[in-house]
Design a protein around this ligand. Structure first.
Ligand SMILES: [Zn+2]
Length: 243
């Protein structure tokens, strides 16, 4: 049996309380609801940012295409006008030349018609894209704001927990210093194997670690053992302390 005074055994219970508190704080620190909300929003923001950039790129390309079509329509138009001018200038005399000019004019009209049809399609797409870009821009703005607010909330929550953790760590060091190395080692080893609880109080006849009742003989053994050192629960193997 590992020797320990009743006072040291009670300090061991204090150590367990601090360790359990530290464990809970660490769990809370790793599972902050603010962090979860932040992760979700940051993920959506990344997706919207990429969609927003893609939509703007497409809009840029289509706007360029629209300008090119408009310029080409203007070119075709001015060529048509100048050919029409020649046609009616009275300068062209031969039948062959007139036929060639007619064919040219008809081809220019057809070309202009095709370009105008294509332009209408482009303009419809531009309109749709402009509305998509506006929606994404608004969503991007909202999400950026949400991510900033959630980051602040997460940092705030984490800072509070970190401060509490530092306090608890100092408390733990102070308690641990009062205990013999052998007692500490045994406690740590049990804690690692028994779900973070290495020592439990005896409450009436019940071990607070496993909630099982001790038999009369076990109870007497624990009483006798704990007068000199660390008694153990026969059921769960944890250190049992009489308070
Ligand atoms: Zn037990």
């Amino acid at each position: 049996m590992i020797p320990a005074t009743p006072a040291q055994q009670r300090r061991l219970l204090d150590l367990q309380r601090v360790d359990s508190a530290i464990h809970k704080l660490r769990y809370r620190r790793a599972n902050l609801p603010e962090q979860k909300a932040l992760d979700d929003n940051a993920e959506t923001l990344a997706r919207v940012t990429s969609e927003y950039a893609t939509a703007r790129d497409r809009l840029d390309r289509l706007s360029t295409q629209q300008r090119r079509h408009e310029a080409e329509i203007a070119t075709v138009d001015s060529r048509r006008k100048s050919e029409e001018g020649r046609m009616y200038s009275g300068l062209i005399r031969s039948e062959k030349e007139v036929d060639a000019l007619r064919a040219e004019l008809s081809s220019l009209r057809a070309r202009k018609g095709d370009l105008e049809d294509a332009l209408i399609e482009i303009m419809e797409q531009v309109e749709d894209l402009e509305s998509l870009v506006a929606t994404l821009k608004e969503r991007h703005g909202e999400l950026t704001g949400a991510v900033a607010a959630l980051t602040e909330a997460r940092d705030h929550a984490a800072t509070d927990i970190d401060a509490e953790l530092r306090e608890r760590a100092a408390e733990r060091d102070a308690v641990a210093k009062e205990l013999p190395g052998e007692v500490l080692e045994y406690y740590e080893e049990l804690r690692a194997r028994k779900d973070g609880v290495g020592v439990a109080e005896l409450q009436g006849r019940t071990c607070a670690g496993c909630r099982l009742e001790l038999t009369q003989i076990e109870l007497e053994d624990v009483r006798a053992d704990s007068a000199e050192g660390l008694a153990r629960c026969e059921q769960c193997g944890r250190i049992l302390v009489l308070v």
